[in-house]
Design a protein around this ligand. Sequence first.
Ligand code: KG4
Ligand code: ZN
Length: 340
Amino acid sequence: MKVLGIETSCDETAAAVVANGDDGTPAIVSNIVYSQVQAHAPFGGVVPELASREHVNRIVGVVDQAVEEAGGFDELDGIAVTSGPGLVGCLLVGVQMAKGLAIARNLPWLGINHLEGHLCAALLAEKPPEYPYLALVVSGGHTHLYHVREFGSYELVGRTRDDAAGEAFDKVAKVLGLGYPGGIHVDRLAQSGDPTSFALPRGIPDKKIFDFSFSGLKTKSIQTIRTSSEPMEGQRLSDFCASLQEAIADVLTKKAVLAAKKIGVNGIVLAGGVAANSRLRALIEERTAANGMWSFCPPRALCTDNGAMIAAAGWSRFKTGQETKWDTKVRSRWPLDEVS
Ligand code: KG4
Ligand code: ZN
């Protein structure tokens, strides 16, 4: 079975094809990502209207390339597309493309939840993690913990009460003048920094609460930058980035391990753009191992938005005979635990 996956929920125009791999898992055949980062950079963040227009301009080329590299449209058995959550104008571009192709090629289509897509990046590994596990989904818009009993079964365990972890990275990076999106720049600069240089707060330290809060960290960080007696550059900038990154990775990993223990699962799977962060990846490995647990992080390129993760989710759902109805609407808000 070959499945085309289309992703246009935010600022990446992406398409990929997956096929049957070994041991009943999906495998990537092609994977094309057009990042709109240059278009949004002058504005310091994603401009929804501009993002929709960019998707309209790019989607045909991106889909064509992904399908061509996979042997052409005749090879496809189904089309999966992100239908929420995300920016409505952006989601509509991908969904209309998918529906148009489905009609033209007489193929079934499936609307996929973007967060389920992020989790399905794990299915593309040579040896995917085994259920059940605790999932930590960390992206620009989400910081959520889910108890994943099996594919398609997601129970919310904790969530951010204010900003997402990616938002904290991006907003502080913007004040530092590091460009958008800032997470990857903080990660790079932190490599040569001392994470103990700046004392930054950890939100909701109560060990029995699995919710997160990053607004205090964001405010304190911005205040520290603005009131700094010396300019934030050179080693001082690296030290600050390392301290910010440590504060985020520390609280994410601590709560994830505590939550996994509480619900009685032995493994933690990371997903979403922030899962590409090098310190978060190292710390989750360290802390799960110290507690006799396992952890799994998808390859970095599959953590940020891409079509392969959507194709993998579609592949899994098509296998059970699912299809989406033609009148299904896109959803700007679509909690993962409402996916059936
Ligand atoms: O999943 P994603 O590509 O898009 C959303 O669904 O939001 O995640 C984007 C987020 C941004 O906030 C970006 O700064 C962050 O992921 N990100 C990182 C890194 N790479 C991407 N954050 C920290 N370290 C990174 N290496
Ligand atoms: Zn995402």
